[in-house]
Design a protein around this ligand. Structure first.
Ligand code: 5RP
Length: 236
């Protein structure tokens, strides 16, 4: 069921893709459906140029022979389609469950539109049930951790910070060679304040709060796909 919902959300976003577009490709199991669908359309002759948000998505796109570029060659994109771990009614997101938040945020910020695709279980009234991923540099981890706890407190949030590990028990390294601390907050009463406080901590490369980036969302539930925002609207 859940996989069918992810595919339904991805299909809705595929309808936004037009010939000649420069696209950002998200990461995760929902974005994977979008990339699969895009690959099928490219095989039928659709001309597009894409930037991936992770090595995993890059590999998938290359397997599907989707024409790829980089933000160095193509610094402005028309549309990014990506999944999310949580989204609220104001299109504020938690991302990074797949450890790709840094590249995902860079690509989203370079895009005039960012459309989220998600199964309905991801839609929440208040962000925070999903642990907030915070990407940090390995140097000074203990000091960075302390500063993050203070930053969270200043924004009215508190909870355990857990270093993300791989299945073999070693710390997970992101595509950029950083570590992830997952903040188990339960609730984030003021996402804007928390985003600002975290962005001011030395050692924090990026955090998984995406605010003011998504322009629309396709949320798939058992009764169909709900649209939040305007899928045709650009940011700014
Ligand atoms: C990766 C992400 C993903 O978009 C997020 O984790 C959702 O993944 P999925 O579609 O597999 O539920 O932010 O860093």
């Amino acid at each position: 069921m859940s996989d069918a919902l992810k595919r339904a959300a991805a299909q809705a976003a595929l309808a936004l893709v037009e010939p000649g577009m420069r696209l950002g490709l998200g990461t995760g199991s929902t974005a994977k459906h979008f990339v699969d669908g895009l690959g099928a359309r490219v095989a039928q002759g659709l001309a597009i140029l894409c930037v991936a948000t992770s090595e995993a998505t890059q590999a998938q796109a290359e397997r599907l022979r989707i024409p790829m570029t980089t933000l160095d060659e193509t610094p402005e994109l028309d549309l990014t389609v990506d999944g999310a771990d949580e989204l609220d009614g104001r299109l504020r997101l938690i991302k990074g469950g797949g450890a790709a938040l840094l590249r995902e945020k860079i690509v989203a910020a370079a895009s005039r539109r960012m459309v989220v695709i998600a199964a309905a279980a991801k839609a929440v009234d208040m962000l925070g049930r999903f642990p907030l991923p915070i990407e940090v540099v390995p140097f000074g981890l203990g000091a960075t951790r302390r500063a993050i706890v203070e930053a969270m407190a200043s924004a009215g949030a508190a909870g355990e910070l857990v270093l993300r590990l791989k299945d073999d028990g070693a710390p997970l390294a992101t595509d950029g060679g950083h570590l992830i601390l997952d903040a188990h907050l339960g609730r984030i009463p003021d996402p804007e304040a928390l985003a600002l406080a975290l962005s001011q901590v030395p050692g924090v490369m990026e955090h998984g709060l995406f605010i003011g980036l998504a322009t629309a969302a396709f949320v798939a539930g058992p009764d169909g796909v709900t649209v939040i925002g305007d899928p045709a609207a650009s940011r700014g």
